[in-house]
Design a protein around this ligand. Structure first.
Ligand code: 4AD
Ligand code: MG
Length: 463
């Protein structure tokens, strides 16, 4: 069965005018009178629907007037230009085959379309306007990310999902075992679980970051990136955290913190521009119905250069602010959501916050000369908060080794990571971009659960 895509009808209308074509898809709405009716058909290829006009000449006219939302149909008809109408053309149906008349109980009806409700209908929500826009943008953004790195000489690396390497803190890593949890676990002499009896002969985890493995490839290939699922077991119920998300982690050799920020900025602008260029209908919808002024905000981003401030300056700014905080800003502390919000609103755009206190950051970050801060940088944006976290890596073997010991990181299993500092060490840097946080920023969606097909969060693993 050869069908024409509705996207092609819109993009190359001239080629189809007055021609007969076949289309197939889902019914979005039906309106009818005694002798004729209109079907809004969506075939998934395009954000917009095709308007189909049918009339009593069709032998199943009566049946068509009773079509239900989300029925699937196959239609043959003629593409006709429509002067002065909302849509530039329509189809005059010559044959409509009802493939599946959807049950009347189809849950997504006009009266209940809150995002909370649609989360309970995650298997059906891609058929709605909002999720049609969000998930097409997700696909286009993913492609643009690959395109950016491929065009700029980066090698794509698939780092392991199963790992024993602790990058962002083992407490947040999901444990992976084939031991039978319904039976007493094997124990060692000192009473601990005996993981030597487990599948891998030791305790294994699911990755919370591909960075360490990424670094090994960056030394060999100069520039690399990863793009894959990332799992963290943190019990945070917020609008910006999930237990499963997708992360992009580039790692660049012979690159310091300043150059890293240049790359982050260039990269973010590239992806935003690609989505604006390739998804005009979807972005227009988001601008109108999800977040007013979105397109203007993104266009402004393309023309701006991002503010860069030290963590200390950020705290100064927060302390000077004439307002009450739920969490008092402090020089030794992380930024709370309310702080991130204040700072991005203050500068009215993305802000790089750099040179963080060493004690609240990871062991692999380069210690600055002051001995107190590390060369780390977070990119904060309005709404999604921290979308990128990165750093220059400690390239000195002894400093790294000591820092790991200080922070209680077991150095033995990470001998291979330390080896990088013995064989051809270099100044290198990298960052991690949370893909869903980027999508929140681009689409204006306020809850991270609404930019991933099937969200995984504490107490919620449906579908
Ligand atoms: O700041 P994070 O923890 O940094 C790393 O994992 C480094 N290894 C990255 C690197 O330097 N290669 O995570 C990076 C980004 C965050 O800025 C955020 O956008 C996203 O990942 N992220 C989450 N997104 C959704 N849900 C969560 N629970 C997230 N945790 C982090
Ligand atoms: Mg971070």
């Amino acid at each position: 069965m050869k069908c024409t895509l509705i996207k092609d009808l819109y993009r190359k209308t001239g080629d189809y005018e007055n021609n007969n074509v076949q289309v197939a898809g889902l019914v979005r709405t039906v309106r009818s009178s005694k002798s004729f009716g209109f079907i809004e058909l969506n075939d998934g290829s395009f954000f917009k629907n095709l308007q189909i006009v049918f009339d009593e000449k069709l032998d199943n006219f009566e049946e068509l007037t009773k079509l239900t939302i989300s029925s699937s149909i196959i239609v043959e008809g003629k593409i006709v230009k429509t002067e002065n109408a909302k849509q530039p053309f329509e189809m005059h149906a010559e044959k409509v085959q009802i493939f599946n008349l959807a049950d009347n109980s189809y849950p997504i009806q006009k009266k209940n379309t809150s995002f909370e409700f649609l989360r309970t209908q995650a298997h059906l929500r891609p058929r709605t306007n909002t999720f049609s826009a969000v998930f097409r943008i997700r696909s286009v953004a993913a492609f643009a990310i690959h395109e950016y790195f491929q065009n700029n000489g980066y090698v794509y690396v698939n780092t392991p999902i199963i790992t024993c390497a602790d990058c962002e803190g083992s407490a947040e890593m999901f444990k992976l075992t084939t031991l039978d949890l319904t039976k007493p676990l094997p124990t060692t002499e000192d009473g601990k679980t005996d993981f030597s009896k487990d599948l891998f002969g030791k305790q294994a985890f699911i990755t919370g970051s591909g960075q360490l493995h990424g670094e090994t490839f960056a030394i060999a290939f100069n520039k690399i990136y990863t793009f894959g699922p990332t799992l963290r077991s943190e019990n945070s119920n917020t609008k910006t955290h999930m237990n499963e998300f997708w992360m992009i982690e580039p790692e660049i050799s012979f690159c310091d913190l300043d150059e890293l920020m240049n790359i982050e900025e260039d990269f973010l602008k590239y992806v935003v521009k690609a989505v604006l260029d390739k998804c005009p209908e979807e972005m227009e919808f988001c601008d109108k119905f999800i977040s007013k002024g979105l397109i203007e905000k993104l266009n402004k981003l393309l023309d701006s250069s991002f503010v860069r401030i030290d963590h200390k300056e950020a705290i100064d700014l927060l302390k000077k602010a004439d307002r009450k905080w739920e969490f008092q800003p402090d020089y030794g502390e992380d930024l709370a959501k309310e702080h991130e919000k204040y700072i991005t609103e203050y500068f009215n755009g993305p802000v790089f916050v750099k040179n963080w206190p060493k004690d609240i950051k990871s062991y692999y970050m380069k210690l600055n000369e002051d001995g107190k801060t590390v060369a780390a940088v977070d990119l904060e944006v309005p709404g999604a908060g921290e979308i990128m976290g990165g750093s220059q890596r400690e390239e000195d073997y002894n400093k790294l080794f000591n820092r790991m010991k200080e922070m209680g990181i077991d150095t033995d299993p990470l001998y291979w990571y330390l080896d990088l500092r013995r064989f051809g060490s270099n100044i290198h840097s990298g960052f991690g971009l949370g893909f869903e946080r980027l999508l929140m920023y681009i689409t204006g969606m306020e809850n991270i659960r609404d930019v991933i097909p099937y969200p995984r969060t504490p107490n919620s693993c449906d579908f």
